[in-house]
Write a protein that binds this ligand. Sequence first.
Ligand SMILES: Cc1cc2nc3c(=O)[nH]c(=O)nc-3n(C[C@H](O)[C@H](O)[C@H](O)COP(=O)(O)O)c2cc1C
Length: 193
Amino acid sequence: MQLPPHKRENVLPLPVVLISTISKSGIRNAAPWGNITPILRPLDEIVLASWLRRDTLDNIRETGEFVVNVPPATMIEEVMICARNYPPEIDEFVEANLTPRPSTVVAPPGIEGSVAWMECQLVEEILREKYALVIGKVVHLEVNDRYATGKGDIDIESARPLSMVCSNDGIRYTRPVDAGRFAPYAEMFIRKP
Ligand SMILES: Cc1cc2nc3c(=O)[nH]c(=O)nc-3n(C[C@H](O)[C@H](O)[C@H](O)COP(=O)(O)O)c2cc1C
């Protein structure tokens, strides 16, 4: 079945994160985000795409800081509350009953109960006609001890990090499961004789 080109997100599973920010007057904001990705392992930058009318984008522009919270699948209802279009003067931590978690390097708090927290500082904004690409540098990264293995990897079966697949009618919330094959990085760099 052929799909129109703008349906590309229907065929590409995306992560779901909650981005927490504060305005310059200190109002807390949290918003779900799917268009976000690390830029090339093992670098420390990430990029997110934002429509121009987003409090999140305004706050990042104003303060240069944000936290990428990785919610467990049990946080779907909070995610959906934060997806509502509240005016900028509304504290979305209060609306969604989120417990703030003090950050280590940046001013915006993280969200308690997340699987992991990436504290980020703005590196560059690439402004296009309808959207902006925000490049951030991860300046502090923590995984919740509850979901971390001894090596600091995420145990995805207990953490159940949230992800999504778009459809024509809405978002199907999903979560990654182990596909039964582990590939050490070294295996990928073996050169053919
Ligand atoms: C699962 C999910 C993923 C989303 N991903 C994005 C995204 O990648 N970029 C974007 O601009 N908006 C995205 N949105 C919409 C924003 O989260 C939503 O408009 C929110 O109200 C913005 O809040 P803010 O104005 O407080 O920043 C997404 C919404 C949901 C539910």
